[in-house]
Design a binder for this molecule. Structure first.
Ligand SMILES: [Mg+2]
Length: 265
């Protein structure tokens, strides 16, 4: 019954298809079933540690049959946003591997028009935060590639850049523009590229706020998976309502009615 209404699926990557370098068991087969059923797919990620090309290479290495053009990242959305705003002088807090994506801009720490926060891993320290704080106090606009709180790694949860974005907002009083998930324009631009209406799509993710809440804000219903960063108590305490919750992405084909079983569910 879902397959009739649903034309496109938007997948989060980390925690849905893999955790660290470990694929979620059965995820590849689930994706293949969905592709065989003729449903459109987009892979929508807040990963800002590597360019889209490397995200795609990792998916290939892990055995997923995904085209590079099916991947939508917060990094490319950020570049599009900076262009749209017409800014030239920007301060970028990203890893060196991301810099080539922004070569059309003048990267500067001095009087930037905008400060852009991405993932710089363990490079955060007081001096860096303080100099970004000063940029903001001097009038720079504030852009965050996303504001995720944490993600799941093979060793356990890891704090994400949301803490730094929230801290800088608190001290400077400058409100950041969030570009990636859960920002509704990010979802809307992906839907436009696929040519589907929000009610024809489902967002599949392990983050109830960023994936499911963000999708809902853009009119897209959410399918939450119990893998990656999923925690039962976080779901119970959340005001966000997923349309369905699966053990993992492997439950999705049956929910969509494309698992080949008689009648589906
Ligand atoms: Mg995730």
């Amino acid at each position: 019954m879902h397959a009739g209404r649903i034309k496109a699926l938007l997948f989060d990557l980390d925690g849905v298809l893999y955790v660290g370098d470990e694929p979620i068991p059965g995820a590849g087969e689930a994706l293949e079933r969905i592709a065989a059923a003729g449903l459109q797919r987009a892979f929508v990620t807040n990963t800002t540690t590597r360019p889209a090309r490397e995200v795609w290479e990792k998916l290939q290495r892990l055995g997923f049959a995904i085209e590079a053009g099916e991947i939508f990242t917060a990094v490319s959305a950020t570049r599009a946003y900076l262009r749209e705003q017409g800014w030239q002088r920007v301060r970028l807090l990203v890893r060196d591997s991301i810099l080539p994506e922004f070569e059309e801009f003048t990267i500067t720490e001095k009087d930037p028009e905008a400060v852009v926060i991405g993932d710089i891993g363990a490079a955060w320290d007081y001096a860096l935060l303080n100099s970004v704080f000063r940029n903001l106090m001097d009038g720079a606009c504030f852009v965050a590639m996303h504001r995720n709180k944490y993600w799941q790694t093979e060793e356990g949860l890891r704090m994400d850049i949301g803490a730094f974005v929230a801290g800088l907002e608190f001290v400077s009083g400058v409100k950041p523009t969030i570009v990636g998930k859960p920002s509704a324009p990010f979802f809307t631009s992906v839907l436009a590229r696929l040519g589907v209406a929000p009610e024809e799509a489902v967002m599949i993710g392990d983050d109830i706020e960023s994936d499911i809440g963000g999708g809902n804000a853009a009119g897209v219903c959410g399918y939450l998976v119990r893998t990656g960063k999923f925690r039962e108590d976080v779901l119970a305490a959340s005001a966000v309502q997923p349309e369905a919750v699966g053990q993992s992405i492997t439950d999705l084909p049956r929910w969509l009615g494309v698992d080949g079983a008689q009648g589906g569910t």
